[in-house]
Design a protein around this ligand. Structure first.
Ligand SMILES: N[C@@H](CCC(=O)N[C@@H](CS)C(=O)NCC(=O)O)C(=O)O
Length: 123
């Protein structure tokens, strides 16, 4: 079972690499505005999870600089996700708020919709 999952993961990664979306082009000023909005965000994810690949492709397509955190192999990141987010489930988008709290958003589709709305992107 583990080996099948591993092989499927590699297939997903190769397919993703071969069909990688091209990033949208925007003016320097527009990109700077988007970068400021994404600066407090990070994505907790697994490299070969199909739902994470889906979100990463959206980040790439929209030219979003959001830090990726490996919640599978990095034990500190995994513990942080469980302790603060509440679940060991990926993808999860973390947003650090100005008051010091963090907002944790699970579900790939909800993350994509949230990013589109928050950043004013066209879906
Ligand atoms: N409906 C969820 C599915 C997410 C999901 O099933 N993620 C798996 C990895 S592919 C997971 O986090 N499993 C928990 C674990 O492996 O501990 C989404 O679209 O984000």
């Amino acid at each position: 079972m583990k080996i099948i999952r591993w092989i499927l993961g590699r297939v997903i990664l190769v397919a993703d690499a071969v069909t990688a979306p091209t990033a949208v082009k925007r003016s320097e000023a527009e990109q700077k505005k988007i970068d400021q909005l994404t600066q407090p965000m990070s994505l907790y994810q697994f490299q070969a999870c199909p739902f994470c690949v889906k979100v990463r492709r959206e980040l790439k397509r929209n030219g979003l600089k959001i830090e990726l955190r490996d919640a599978k192999n990095n034990q500190a990141v995994k513990a942080e996700l469980m302790r603060e987010g509440g679940l060991h489930k990926v993808p999860c988008l973390r947003t650090d708020n100005p008051d010091g709290s963090s907002t944790w958003l699970y579900e790939s589709n909800d993350i994509i919709v949230h990013l589109n709305e928050r950043l004013g992107l066209s879906a």
